[in-house]
Design a protein. Structure first.
Length: 387
């Protein structure tokens, strides 16, 4: 069966050029970058090339990139690292209700440890109001953590405005940039972030590798003790092959940013207009907010999200309902409830997330297949005919 992958916010296929660059690192260039001999120094040079590529993608300095095991670790290192290094100054942290679980659950854990968290709500479009951030700042506030782009609905937060507020207040500012990196242009200097999380596998790199941008001068308490790798910020022998792959993926993302993402946006818009034309009673979440070019989150009234995902899967189409982390559980998506949807509405949502390897044919197939699936599911709904 022909299979179409439209779940790129969960993960992406590794680009063949990334694989090609990684392979020799397993077999020939296998040195430990901490070793002083040729093998070690060669591995270190490969790793530092990758560091430069990742830094360039976000306009940071090479020395400001700390390689970690992925977005989840980057978020943990940023938040726990600041919380622990700054606790003598204060224990108050500001974040939002639509963060990824890696931020949400980390903040909840800190809450249990005695930190105080202000959870900012968002507008119906899924946006944090920078004025809310300003108002929440107190003398004991040590960290603001607001994601750049949301993984479920794709909204892009006003990070630059929040960055200015954080700078004036002299409070550390972290942003989870896992979804924005490589999809929209990111300039950490302009955004005024001190910490910025990234993950390779969301941009055609391998799983299990990511990076935290740590602005020069930031004081983080390391979360792993050991040999003092990554300039004492993250101990553990680096995942050199993964890092090399991440470097190539970052370079490709930077070079293709404009053209590839324009094409992806056209596909996304074609999908949305096709679905709106062929299915009645659907709504696109955050349709008019600043959004990632690849993400479409739609709500199909009188049809259940899980049923839609399963029916689409039987037709070879992979999408998700809510975030990958919350699928399989009956909890409605915390992001959709935060933008004011009822649990029923949240359960009827579908997330399409595209990448540059998708085609017009992929999108047209969904537009052809989904209306029939929706019709069939709605026939089973006791409420639909009365509408
Ligand atoms: C995927 C994702 C993460 C987690 O990254 P991993 O590398 O899978 O640990 C964190 N934040 C956001 C917004 C994500 O989309």
């Amino acid at each position: 069966m022909q299979r179409i992958y439209l779940d790129s916010n969960a993960t992406t296929p590794v680009h063949p050029e990334v694989v090609t660059a990684m392979l020799p690192v397993f077999t020939e260039d296998y040195g430990n970058p901490s070793s002083i001999h040729w093998f070690g120094q060669h591995a270190k040079a490969l790793m530092d090339d990758a560091r430069t590529q990742v830094a360039r993608l976000i306009n940071g300095e090479t020395s400001e990139i700390v390689f970690v095991s992925g977005g989840t670790e980057a978020d943990n290192l940023a938040i726990r690292g600041i919380a622990e290094s700054q606790k003598s100054k204060g224990r108050h942290i500001i974040t939002s209700t639509i963060e990824h679980h890696a931020v949400l659950h980390t903040c909840r854990d800190l809450e249990k440890q005695g930190y105080e968290i202000t959870w900012l709500g968002v507008s119906a479009d899924g946006l944090v109001d920078p004025e809310d951030v300003r108002r929440a700042i107190r003398p004991d506030t040590i960290l603001i953590s607001i994601m750049h782009a949301n993984n479920e609905i794709g909204t892009i937060q006003p990070i630059e405005e929040i960055g200015k507020i954080a700078e004036v207040a002299d409070v550390y500012f972290h942003s989870d940039g896992v979804q924005s990196t490589g999809k929209i242009s990111v300039d950490v200097k302009k955004l005024k972030v001190d910490l910025f999380s990234m993950s390779a596998h969301k941009i055609h790199g391998p799983k299990g590798v990511g990076a935290l941008f740590v602005k020069k001068g930031s004081v983080l308490k390391p979360q792993l003790t050991g040999g003092g790798h990554e300039r004492n910020r993250r101990s553990g022998t680096e995942n050199v092959a993964g890092i090399v792959g991440f470097g190539v993926a970052a370079k490709m993302a930077r070079e293709g940013m404009g053209s590839e993402m324009d094409r992806v946006k056209e596909l996304r818009d074609r999908l949305e207009s096709g679905l709106k034309k062929n299915i009645d009673l659907i709504r696109i979440n955050a349709e008019n907010a600043p959004r990632l070019p690849n993400t479409s989150n739609i709500m199909v009234d009188y049809a259940e999200g899980e049923g839609l995902v399963i029916s689409l899967d039987l037709k070879g189409i992979a999408v998700s309902t809510g975030s990958a982390c919350s699928s399989g559980s009956l909890e409605p998506s915390h992001v959709l409830t935060a933008i004011g949807k009822t649990p029923d509405e949240a359960h009827g949502s579908l997330r399409f997330s595209l990448n540059s390897m998708n085609s017009v044919q992929d999108v047209d197939y969904v537009v052809e297949v989904l209306p029939r699936i929706v019709d069939r599911l709605r026939e089973l709904s006791p409420y639909y005919k009365r509408a």
